[in-house]
Design a protein around this ligand. Structure first.
Ligand code: LMR
Length: 393
């Protein structure tokens, strides 16, 4: 039977990781996969995670199963982190998942189960794995305009015009903050316009929030998600702890479901059922650490302080890069880099020039010109600026 298998297209982001590893040049710069790196190029274990792990090692007496939806304490803590007090806890069903990607996958399956003919509207561009999973599940996708190649900001008129073509029961996938791959985000006022279109069309919002705390701060980054969830009768939220807790390999995420027309028991039971079908119990280690941190004043304060250091360092790198480019280009045409938020920015250039920067300067960015800003440091920013100008971007 296995002779029927055909080679799969490699994931562009993960392929780049491999290519970077194999490049012998000492001055190469990795701006590929979305992983935070400190000034020395290390992806550190956050202080609060280390402390929580130590405590957990001391106190944990069993590794027996938890529950199909994970630890309810994790759900409570994450719902509070993402949604604050906007929605009553008993109106939200939630289940832990293996990472944010696991939550996205479960959300798509849930949509398919509830409404097999739903179309999923995704931004053009979006995280490539959104499209890949939707395609794998055989779900119909519709691209809505998002990135304006000229301004490197959001093509808001195009986005609204495209979202207006959604029908009741279609799903609109939105990035809660720190849009991946572009770094271009909606203003608070624009989010209100998006909500109005969702209400008008009856489309159901699904929010992917994987970078809370990396943009304008923990609360500010959750504001759009909260506004959408509060305004709509139904909403799905896929949240990740990989980046803001730095626990990438622990696979810690959660799917939340606001379903006002559905009994809470049905909603919660469906999430548990879907977990059981796909992987049974979700991973617990990362979720437990997150719960400990969020429920302990001292650990939480230390986590928030370190996350803020990370956020400010990325902002500093953005500003330095925009400045270096302004000096070299003699114009403000790269000013958008300081306006973008989150880990990524789309430079807005061709795959040919991306390749040229890789071959001639050892700069590894994704082919669509997405750069991981967190992969830079004060020393590599001028190298990147030099390469961008030398390549003729
Ligand atoms: C990214 O976009 O680089 C991250 O979300 C990591 C991944 O899994 O692709």
């Amino acid at each position: 039977m296995f002779e029927h298998l055909t080679p799969q297209k490699p994931d562009a982001i993960l392929k780049l990781v491999q290519m970077y590893r194999e490049d012998p040049r000492a001055d190469k710069v990795d701006l590929g996969v979305g992983v935070y790196k400190d000034a020395t190029g290390n992806t550190p274990v956050m202080r609060a995670i280390k402390a929580a792990e130590q405590q957990l090692w001391q106190d944990q007496t069993t590794k027996s199963y938890v529950g199909l939806a994970g630890d309810p304490g994790f759900s409570d803590a994450m719902i509070k982190l993402v949604l604050g007090d906007t929605i009553a806890r008993d109106k939200i069903a939630a289940a832990a998942t293996p990472g944010g990607t696991g939550a996205v996958r479960q959300a798509f399956e849930l949509i398919k189960m509830a409404r097999p003919d739903a179309r999923v509207f995704v931004s053009n561009p979006t995280w490539p794995n959104h499209l890949s999973i939707l395609d794998y599940l055989g779900m119909e996708t519709v691209l809505y305009r998002y990135f304006d190649d000229e301004t490197r900001g959001v093509d808001f008129d195009g986005m609204i015009a495209d979202l207006k073509t959604a029908r009741a029961g279609d799903v609109v996938l939105l990035h809660g903050c720190c849009h991946n791959p572009t770094g271009a985000n909606l203003s608070a006022v624009q989010w209100q316009d998006v909500i109005a279109v969702l209400q008008e069309t009856g489309a159901v919002p699904m929010i992917d929030i994987a970078y809370q705390g990396f943009g304008d701060g923990l609360e500010a980054d959750a504001a759009a998600t909260r506004a959408v969830a509060a305004a709509m009768p139904e909403c799905l939220i896929a949240a990740s702890c990989s980046k803001n807790f730095g626990i990438y390999r622990e696979r810690t995420g959660i799917l939340m479901m606001v379903a006002n027309g559905t009994g809470k028991g049905v909603a919660q039971g469906t999430l548990a059922f879907l977990n059981r079908q796909n992987f049974s119990f979700p991973p617990d280690h990362g979720a437990r650490l997150v719960t400990m941190i969020l429920n302990d004043d001292a650990l939480r304060a230390d986590w928030m302080a370190e996350l803020e250091e990370v956020r400010l360092s990325m902002l500093g790198l953005r500003e330095q890069l925009a400045r270096e480019l302004q000096q070299r280009a003699g114009s403000d045409r790269f000013g958008f880099l300081a306006e973008h938020r989150g880990m990524f920015s789309r430079l807005g250039t061709t795959p040919e020039l991306v390749m040229k920067m890789r071959e001639e300067h050892g700069i590894y960015m994704v082919g669509d010109s997405r750069m991981n800003i967190a992969g830079l440091n004060a020393q590599t920013v001028p190298i990147l600026a030099e390469a961008i100008i030398a390549a003729g971007v």
